[in-house]
Design a protein around this ligand. Sequence first.
Ligand code: NAP
Ligand code: G4F
Length: 324
Amino acid sequence: MKTAFITGITGQDGSYLAELLLLKGYKVVAMKRRTSLISTDRVNHLMDNKNFHMVYGNLNDSGCLHRLLIEHKPDEIYNLAAQSHVRVSFETPEETTEFVAMGTLRLLEAFRNTCPKARFYQASSSEMFGDNPEHPQRETTRLTPASPYACAKVYAHNLCRNYRESYGLHISSGILFNHESPRRGETFVTRKITLAAARIKLGLQDKLYLGNLDAKRDWGFAGDYVAAMWMMLQQDTPDDYVVATGETHSVKEFLDAVFEHAELDVNEHVEISERLFRPHEVPLLLGDPSKAEQAMGWKPKVKFSGLAKMMYEADLEFVRKESV
Ligand code: NAP
Ligand code: G4F
């Protein structure tokens, strides 16, 4: 039985990845940090699985990372933990850099020193392309990060390549474009829209405040994207891969798709708030996933309108249950 070590288990991707690895017969050792409120909603359904082990740890704590890797001897390490909100990174740049950049460095050092035969996945991001107008973006596109979050991800991405080349380690980075799901954090724009639409539909909310509706993103489904993470670590040779749908849509298009499906009027319920704009915007992300498709046979199954409907329907159900 293979052992996988996952950081960021309480997040969207951690929960889908853990499900996938358990189905594949892995023992999953999942690291969570201590929080004052319970944060395990997305993985509570896995707690009774005898192959799922939740352990406390933090990317801030080198000693703890070394101890965990020595104790559990993973075959695969998936580094998903991050302060992952781009706008928040402008408000907490040091904390974001500490977790995203230095946290990755600490985990890489623990990996190199304790279990160098393991394989390592790094959660890199399309945000690293920033405001580079060249598109579609691929593995070779120049990185021009446009937020403290993206700058920290570029550091971590480069460090992973450097450790791979310097020490011959099996490290792959997935340059994942935006991926969403009913488990997406409530402050990311897709989930903010689907949750608000569900609440408006049920008469529990009237207004939805949004920022820049013109930004375009290449939105896919998180369940599809965690499969690409696993596939990367099954390759004989480590490498970096863009994971995307190859389609881009504006925030306005996502809003319209959800409100149309919900039979709601955008003009009646949506207002623009300057507060929600960013100091520096990434105007357009569009990925070219052809390398992942050719090398690993990876293809996204869920596309834009299916995603919008899936998320709205799940939120309608969620809000109905919450309000009884
Ligand atoms: P998410 O839902 O925000 O989850 C982030 C996870 O990191 C949470 O489990 C969080 O724990 C944990 N974490 C934060 N700081 C930590 C620390 N210091 N020590 C240990 N754990 C810590 O993010 P996601 O959407 O699942 O994304 C997973 C990874 O992919 C992230 O690295 C993100 O930057 C990257 N990424 C995401 C996307 C996307 O569209 N979703 C695209 C490209 C790259 P708490 O629950 O305690 O906060
Ligand atoms: O949903 P978002 O906050 O995601 P963003 O900034 O693209 O970042 C996400 O995807 C990255 C991959 O490209 C990940 F690396 C990162 O961790 C995260 O998962 O914002 C999407 C767009 C932006 O252009 C933003 O300005 O939506 C626009 N937007 C408009 N109104 C809003 C809002 N974003 C948020 N969060 N909230 C709004 O009210």
